[in-house]
Design a protein around this ligand. Structure first.
Ligand code: TPP
Length: 577
C-alpha cells in the first residue's frame, strides 16, 4: 500500500517524540486513526470527551516537555477541544491538535459539521494549518510540531479525510528540533542591574513558572541578597520547598509574608512571571526589575524600572558572577517571621480538624500532603481546591503541583492526573476535584480510567456547591445565588462504574480513607470527601473592598431572612483569626 498523508503525519509526530494521542475519532479522522494503527508507535487514548483528552495531554506535555497529540472530528468534536487548547496555551504545554475537517470538495459550502478552523482556533492556537493538498503535508506538519515545541503551546492541523487518505507527496518524515539557544541580557544591561541591586538596601524576589529550571540559581541569589522569595501559583512548586527565604504567595490565594515583602522592599526582582493580579503587586514606591524570556511579559502587569529579556537560569547565573553579598538580614527575617506566623494561623483548622464535622478541607489537604509519596503529583481543580493546594500541599524536590493556574478552567484536575499517570506510571497522581468540576467533565471519563485500570486518586470535595463562586459573590456583596446543588454519593457512583469508591464523612476517618486510596493500585479511586461548605477562605492580604463586600453580603443575607447561613459562616470562620 502506498504511503498516505496520514502515515506521514504519524511518522513525523513519532519522530518528534509524541507518545500518545488523546481524543475521539470518526468521519474525517477514520483514515487518520487507521494510519495510527498501522504506524504502531503512538498510543491512542480513546476518551469519552475530547476536552478531557486535552487536559490529560496538557499535564503530560507540561511535565515531560515533549509534544502530545490530541484529536477531534469534525465541527462539534473539534469544538470540544477548544477549552483544553486554551488551557495548553495559557499553561505553556506543547500540544498538536489534529482536527478532522470536511472533505475539500465541500469546503466553504456550509456543509454538515463544517467549521472554519482559522477563525475558530484563532484565540487558542499558535499556528493553524489546513491541509487541502498532499503537497502541503510536510511543511504544515513540520511547522505545527516545531511551533508547539518551541513556543510551548497548542497548534492545530486541520485535516480533511480525503487529504488524509490521499497518497503522500514526500518520502522524508524527519523532523529536526533545534537546540535551545542561550538567552540572556547584554553585559551592559546586566551591569545596570548589578548596580541597582548593589545600591538597594532591601531586595525581594517574586518568581513564576520561568524559574522552573532555575531553582538553584534563584535560591543562591536570594541567599546572597538576603532577599525573601515570594512566588506565583505557577512558581510555588519550583521555589517554595527547601528554601529558607520562601515567604509564600500573594494574590487571592495568598499566604505568608509575600505581600509584605514585595511591597516593603526597596527593589523587587520579578523573575519569569506574568502574575496577572496587578492589584497585588506594588506600585511606583518600589523599584522593579523584570526578567523574562518572553519580551511581551515585560511591564504589562506593573510598570517596571528595568526590563530585561533572558532565560532565568542563564541570566541569574551571569548575575551571580558580579552581584555583591548583602549582610543585613533584618528585612529577610521580618518577612520570614511573618510567614511563619501565618503558617501557624493556617494550622488552626489542621490541628483542630480531627474534632470538626463537617470535615475541614484544610485538615483533609494537610493530611493528604503528609501521607502522600515524596514524588506524588498533585492536581487541583479551579475552585476552592486551588486554595487548599496552595496553602496545605507541600512541594518537594520530587513532587509536582499543577492546575489550570493561568486559564482557570474548571474540571482540569482529574484529566490532568490521568494524563500524568499515563506519562509517569507508578507515581501517585492525585486530583483534588470540585464537585461542580467533577460532574461537569470528569465523571464520564472515569470509565476511561476504569477500562485502562489507571490508578488515579481523585478526591472530590463534596460541598454541594460551587463554593469558590459563593465566596466571590460574598466578596462582591451579592447574596449567594445559583451556586447550590445536590450531589449523589460519589463513592457509590464510582463503584457502580467499576472504580473503587471511598466515602469519608467523619473527620476521624480522613487519614485512613486517604491512606487506603493512595495504597490502591488496581485502578482508579474516587474519594467522596464530605467537606464543610462554609470553609471560607480570605487571602493573607485582603483588600479593604473584599472585607467590606463580605460584610455587606452577610448584612444583605440577614435582611433577606438568611440568618441561618450567616450564622453558619460566622461560626465556621471567626475561629480562623
Ligand atoms: C468551565 C468553567 N466554568 C465556570 C467557571 C467559573 N468558576 C470558577 S470556580 C467555579 C466553582 C467551582 O465549583 P466546584 O467545582 O464545585 O469547586 P468548589 O469551589 O466548590 O470547591 C466556577 C463556576 C470556570 N472557571 N470554568
Amino acid at each position: 500500500m502506498s504511503r498516505k498523508v496520514a502515515d506521514v503525519l504519524w511518522e513525523m509526530l513519532a519522530n518528534a517524540g509524541v507518545k500518545r494521542c488523546y481524543g475521539i475519532v470518526g468521519d474525517a479522522l477514520n483514515p487518520v486513526i487507521d494510519a495510527l494503527r498501522r504506524n504502531g508507535k503512538i498510543e491512542f487514548i480513546h476518551v469519552r470527551h475530547e476536552e478531557y483528552g486535552v487536559f490529560a495531554a496538557v499535564a503530560e506535555a507540561y511535565f515531560s516537555g515533549k509534544p502530545v497529540a490530541v484529536c477531534g472530528t469534525a465541527g462539534p468534536g473539534v469544538v470540544h477541544l477548544f477549552n483544553g487548547l486554551m488551557d495548553a496555551r495559557k499553561e505553556g504545554a506543547p500540544i498538536i491538535a489534529i482536527a478532522g475537517d470536511v472533505e475539500t470538495s465541500v469546503m466553504d459550502t456550509a456543509a454538515l459539521e463544517e467549521l472554519n478552523p482559522y477563525k475558530f482556533f484563532e484565540a487558542a492556537s499558535l499556528y493553524t494549518g489546513r491541509v487541502v493538498n498532499p503537497k502541503q503535508a510536510r511543511p504544515i506538519f513540520n511547522t505545527a510540531i516545531l511551533t508547539a515545541l518551541l513556543e510551548k503551546g497548542p497548534t492545530v492541523i486541520s485535516l480533511p479525510g480525503d487529504v488524509a487518505s490521499a497518497d503522500a507527496d514526500t518520502r522524508s518524515t524527519e523532523i529536526t528540533v533545534p537546540a535551545t539557544p542561550l538567552l540572556r541580557p547584554s553585559d551592559a544591561d546586566l551591569n545596570r542591574l548589578v548596580e541597582m541591586i548593589d545600591n538597594a538596601k532591601s531586595v525581594a524576589i517574586f518568581g513564576g513558572d520561568g524559574c522552573r529550571d532555575a531553582r538553584d540559581q534563584v535560591i543562591q541569589l536570594a541567599d546572597r541578597l538576603k532577599a525573601p522569595v515570594g512566588y506565583s501559583f505557577r512558581g510555588k512548586q519550583w521555589l517554595e520547598h527547601d528554601n529558607p527565604n520562601a515567604v509564600g504567595m500573594t494574590g487571592l490565594l495568598g499566604y505568608g509574608g509575600a505581600y509584605g515583602a514585595i511591597h516593603d522592599a526597596e527593589l523587587l526582582l520579578l523573575l519569569g512571571t506574568d502574575f496577572p493580579f496587578s492589584e497585588f503587586l506594588p506600585g511606583d514606591r518600589v523599584k522593579k526589575v523584570q526578567i523574562d524570556k518572553n519580551p511581551k511579559h515585560i511591564g504589562r502587569r506593573t510598570a517596571v524600572d528595568l526590563g530585561l529579556v533572558g532565560d532565568i537560569t542563564a541570566t541569574v547565573t551571569a548575575l551571580l558572577e558580579s552581584v555583591r553579598e548583602k549582610t543585613d538580614v533584618h528585612f529577610l527575617e521580618k518577612h520570614v517571621a511573618e510567614t511563619n506566623s501565618f503558617h501557624d494561623l493556617l494550622q488552626h483548622y489542621v490541628d483542630k480538624g480531627p474534632g470538626i464535622k463537617p470535615i475541614r478541607p484544610e485538615f483533609l489537604a494537610a493530611t493528604l500532603s503528609e501521607i502522600a509519596a515524596d514524588d506524588a503529583m498533585f492536581f487541583a481543580d479551579t475552585g476552592t481546591a486551588c486554595i487548599w493546594l496552595a496553602r496545605h500541599i507541600k512541594g518537594s524536590k520530587g513532587r509536582a503541583l499543577f492546575g489550570s493556574f493561568s486559564w482557570a478552567s474548571m474540571a482540569n484536575a482529574a484529566p490532568n492526573a490521568f494524563g500524568a499517570q499515563l506519562a509517569y506510571p507508578g507515581r501517585q497522581t492525585i486530583a483534588l476535584c470540585g464537585d461542580g468540576g467533577y460532574t461537569m467533565l470528569a465523571l464520564g471519563d472515569l470509565l476511561t480510567q476504569v477500562e485502562r485500570k489507571t490508578p488515579v486518586v481523585q478526591i472530590i470535595l463534596n460541598n454541594d456547591s460551587l463554593d469558590f463562586v459563593k465566596i466571590e459573590q460574598q466578596e462582591a456583596g451579592i447574596i449567594p445565588y445559583g451556586v447550590a446543588f445536590k450531589n449523589p454519593n460519589f463513592a457509590k457512583v464510582a463503584e457502580a462504574m467499576g472504580a473503587k469508591g471511598i466515602r469519608i464523612e467523619e473527620p476521624g476517618d480522613v487519614r485512613e480513607g486517604l491512606a487506603e486510596a493512595l495504597a490502591y493500585k488496581d485502578g482508579p479511586v474516587v474519594v467522596d470527601a464530605v467537606v464543610d461548605p462554609f470553609a471560607l477562605s480570605l487571602p493573607s492580604h485582603t483588600p479593604f473592598h473584599t472585607v467590606k463586600g463580605f460584610t455587606l453580603s452577610l448584612a444583605k443575607q440577614v435582611l433577606s431572612g438568611r440568618l441561618d447561613s450567616v450564622i453558619k459562616t460566622m461560626e465556621h470562620n471567626v475561629r480562623l483569626v
